[in-house]
Design a binder for this molecule. Structure first.
Ligand SMILES: Nc1ncnc2c1ncn2[C@@H]1O[C@H](COP(=O)(O)OP(=O)(O)OP(=O)(O)O)[C@@H](O)[C@H]1O
Length: 244
């Protein structure tokens, strides 16, 4: 079966600094893959390369066998939550989603559906500048779900979500995967990841350091213990260490 997401030997350098070093990973249908690693290890850069937002120095990054830019209906294929930089503070949530739906040739009725799905229906007509971090995150998720895609690519989706929101997201992603759809998610909240991920890919300083099914990689210990063991010194920021 063709992987929904396939990255092979992806390398990215910024001004001769190699931030991704021959990254490979794949996400099959029906799987939730968690892409984990310390701050600055290369997760967002990998997602940006996959989404055509950063040009790979070498290697390939494909969605359903195509580069993102070559997908005929990107919004219907893949829903993306990267950061919430695209949210205009003066627009209402509904206005933001209507514009996104029009741009993607999606039926406007879908806007009310996703507002309800993420629990923002009662706040739909408030401006985004009045939104809390978690509400912006819910709106970002609503935007990702607009096209009813087969794939979700979510960069730290739980950040800012309250416990009810985090539980809603877990349930939504599990149902999404159970229906044969695929998720690639980054997160630093390992207790959340432990509850939903099928597969893990760990990256440290631009290199894959472990990958495989969660159930095969993590046995007796917690995911946090596994992660910290695998990462070793890579999990400690280079500049840390207060001198006493
Ligand atoms: N546009 C850029 N120009 C130069 N360096 C960059 C650029 N974007 C990212 N980097 C560098 O690439 C490395 C990987 O960054 P990236 O944002 O991918 O990390 P991350 O794993 O997503 O981190 P975090 O967990 O903090 O979000 C970092 O050293 C970062 O400084």
């Amino acid at each position: 079966m063709q992987p929904r997401i396939e990255i092979q030997d992806l390398t990215k350098t910024y001004s001769s600094r190699r931030v991704l070093d021959s990254i490979s990973l794949s996400v099959p249908p029906g799987h939730i893959t968690a892409f984990l690693g310390p701050n600055g290890s290369g997760k967002t850069t990998t997602l940006r390369a996959l989404l055509g937002l950063a040009r790979p120095t070498s290697g390939i990054a494909l969605i359903c066998g195509s580069r993102y830019v070559d997908l005929p209906n990107p919004t219907r294929t893949v829903g993306v939550l990267l950061d919430n930089a695209g949210l205009h503070p003066g627009r209402t949530a509904r206005h933001h989603l209507v514009i996104a739906a029009l741009a993607a040739h999606l039926p406007p009725a879908r806007v009310d559906e996703v507002l309800e799905l993420v629990g923002l229906d009662r706040d739909a007509d408030r401006t985004i500048k009045q939104f809390s971090l978690g509400m912006k995150q819910r709106l970002g998720l609503a935007t990702a779900l607009l096209g009813d895609p087969d794939i979700l690519i979510l960069d730290e989706p739980t950040s800012g979500l309250d416990p009810a929101g985090a539980r809603w997201l877990r349930t939504t992603l599990r149902e999404f995967a159970a229906s044969g759809k695929s998720v690639l998610i980054t997160s630093h909240v390992l207790a959340e990841v432990e509850q939903i991920a099928d597969d893990l890919v760990l990256i440290g300083r631009g290199r894959i350091v472990a990958s495989g099914p969660l159930a095969e990689l993590v046995h007796e210990e917690s995911l946090e213990d596994f992660y910290l063991n695998v990462m070793g010194d890579d999990s400690v920021p280079v500049t840390s260490g207060l001198k006493g």
